[in-house]
Design a protein around this ligand. Structure first.
Ligand code: URA
Length: 441
C-alpha cells in the first residue's frame, strides 16, 4: 500500500477499499505513515466525503486498532449512551441509573469537558471521593455487582481515532460527517456494549446547528452500528438552549439528584425519560409504551436514585452528598445577573453561555487545565420567558471573584431580547435508526 496513491484516489473522489483503509489505520497507529500524509488524507476526505460503506469500514478499522472491551461475562444486555455534547447536558447522570434500575447493564466510559461543553467524568468527580480512574478489573467488578459503572476512558481504546482526532483538530478537518461519525462510533464499538443510543444535539450549543445535519449524522452512525452488529439508534435533541437549569459540575449533580427524586425541570426530565425509553426499547424490554412505563416507574419509585447512590458508593464516593445535596460546597461568590430590559427572552446563544461557565471556572479550554467543581450558572429565566427589567436572569457561581465582571458581560451578550415571543421548540426533534427517521410531533 502506498499512502501517496490512497491520497490521490481520495482527492479524485474515489472510494477506498476495506484493505486500503485497514492499511491506512494500521500505518497511522504504528507511525509508519507520517502526519503530513495523514493530514492530506483527512483534508481529501473533508472535501470528497466517504461512501457509507467506506465510513463503516474505516470505523471498524479504527475500532479494532486497539483493545476491544469484552463485556460478554456481564449478565444481561449491555447498553451505552453517547451525547454529541452540550451545555448543562447531565443526561447520563439520570439515564444510566434509570436504565440500570430497569435491569440493563450500563458499563460506560465517559469523557471530560472541553471548551463550551461539559463532561460526565468532571461532574461525577465533584462528588467527594468518587473515582473515575478505574482499572479494567475494577470497572468490570463494579458493573457486575451493581449493573452500573461510569468511568473515564481507560486502556488503549481506538488509538487510531486518538491520533487522527489530534490531527483533525489542528488541520481544520473536524467538521466532516464521515470523520465525526467514524470517530464517535469507533470508540463506542470498542467500548463493547450490545446496544448504543446516541443523543445527537443540534442548535447554538451543539457543533451542528441544523436538525437536518443532526439527522444525517445520526443516520450515518446508526448505519455503522448496524453494520457492526450492534443495536443502534439516535434521538435528535435540542441544544439551542441549555438543558435544565444548571451549568457546572456539582450544580448539575445536584440537579440530577433532584430529578431522580422526581423534582427535576420539565425539559431535562422529558429528555432523560425519552432517552431511557429508547434504550429500553433497543434492549428488547417491550413496546415503547411499556418501556416508557418502566422508565417512569424507576424514577417515581426511587429505584433509579437508589441505583445512582449504589454506583456512587461502589466508586468510592460519599453517599451523604447524595442523601443531602446541600452538603456540596457552594462557590464563595454567587452573583445575580439582572435583565437589562423588560421583554421576551428570545434566544440564548448556548455555546456562548457554555463559554461563560468556563470563565467562571466550571470548564477548561485546554485538556490539562484544572476546574472549579462548584463554579457555574443557575438559570432562572430561559428562552421564551417574558421578563421585567431588573428580574434575575441567572446566578453566576465562582470561587474566582475577578472572573465575575467578564462573565456577566459574556452572559448578557449571549442573550437576545425582543417584543415577540420566539417560536416554541420541542426538546426532541426525531428518532433515527438505520431504517427510519421518525419526526416527533
Ligand atoms: N466527538 C468525537 O469523539 N469525535 C468527533 O469527531 C467529534 C465529536
Amino acid at each position: 500500500m502506498h499512502m501517496y496513491d490512497l491520497i490521490e484516489k481520495k482527492k479524485r473522489g474515489g472510494a477506498l477499499s476495506r484493505a486500503e483503509l485497514d492499511g491506512l489505520v494500521a500505518g497511522a497507529v504504528s507511525g509508519d505513515i507520517p502526519d503530513y500524509q495523514l493530514s492530506a488524507f483527512l483534508m481529501a476526505v473533508y472535501f470528497q466525503g466517504m461512501t457509507a460503506e467506506e465510513t463503516a469500514d474505516f470505523t471498524l478499522a479504527m475500532a479494532h486498532s486497539g483493545e476491544m472491551a469484552d463485556l460478554h461475562d456481564l449478565p444481561g444486555v449491555k447498553v451505552d449512551k453517547h451525547s454529541t455534547g452540550g451545555v448543562g447536558d447531565k443526561t447520563t447522570l439520570t439515564v444510566a441509573p434509570i436504565a440500570a434500575a430497569c435491569g440493563l447493564v450500563v458499563a460506560k466510559m465517559s469523557g471530560r469537558g472541553l471548551g463550551h461543553t461539559g463532561g460526565t467524568v468532571d461532574k461525577l468527580e465533584s462528588i467527594p471521593g468518587f473515582r473515575t480512574a478505574l482499572s479494567r478489573e475494577e470497572f468490570h467488578a463494579i458493573a457486575q455487582k451493581t449493573g452500573i459503572c461510569v468511568a473515564g476512558q481507560s486502556g488503549n481504546l481506538a488509538p487510531a481515532d486518538k491520533k487522527l482526532y489530534a490531527l483533525r483538530d489542528v488541520t481544520a478537518t473536524v467538521d466532516s460527517m464521515p470523520l465525526i461519525a467514524s470517530s464517535i462510533m469507533s470508540k463506542k464499538l470498542a467500548a463493547g456494549a450490545d446496544v448504543i443510543l446516541l443523543d445527537v444535539k443540534y442548535g447554538s450549543g451543539a457543533f451542528l446547528s441544523e436538525p437536518r445535519d443532526a439527522v444525517a449524522l445520526a443516520q450515518l452512525m446508526a448505519g455503522i452500528g448496524a453494520a457492526a452488529g450492534r443495536r443502534t439508534a439516535a434521538l435528535i435533541t435540542d441544544m439551542d438552549v441549555p438543558l435544565g437549569v444548571t451549568i457546572g459540575n456539582s450544580l448539575e449533580v445536584c440537579e440530577a439528584i433532584e430529578t431522580l427524586r422526581g423534582h427535576g425541570p420539565l425539559d431535562y426530565t422529558r429528555v432523560a425519560l425519552e432517552l431511557s425509553t429508547a434504550l429500553l426499547v433497543l434492549a428488547g424490554r417491550g413496546t415503547p409504551g411499556e418501556c416508557r412505563a418502566q422508565a417512569e416507574n424507576a424514577l417515581q419509585s426511587g429505584a433509579a436514585l437508589a441505583k445512582f447512590r449504589e454506583m456512587v458508593v461502589a466508586q468510592g464516593g460519599d453517599p451523604a452528598y447524595i442523601d443531602d445535596s446541600s452538603r456540596f460546597p457552594r462557590a464563595a461568590c454567587i452573583e445575580p445577573v439582572a435583565a437589562p430590559v423588560g421583554s421576551y427572552l428570545r434566544h440564548m446563544d448556548t455555546a456562548a453561555i457554555g463559554r461563560t461557565s468556563v470563565i467562571l471556572g466550571a470548564g477548561r479550554e485546554r485538556a490539562d487545565e484544572p476546574i472549579d467543581h462548584a463554579a457555574g450558572i443557575v438559570l432562572t429565566r430561559k428562552t421564551g420567558d417574558l421578563v421585567r427589567q431588573g428580574d434575575v436572569l441567572a446566578y453566576l457561581h465562582t470561587n474566582t471573584p475577578a472572573a465575575l465582571s467578564e462573565a456577566r458581560t459574556a452572559y448578557l451578550q449571549a442573550l437576545s431580547f425582543g417584543p415577540e415571543p420566539p417560536a416554541p421548540r420541542a426538546e426532541i426533534y426525531a428518532y433515527v435508526d438505520e431504517r427510519q427517521v421518525r419526526l416527533y410531533e
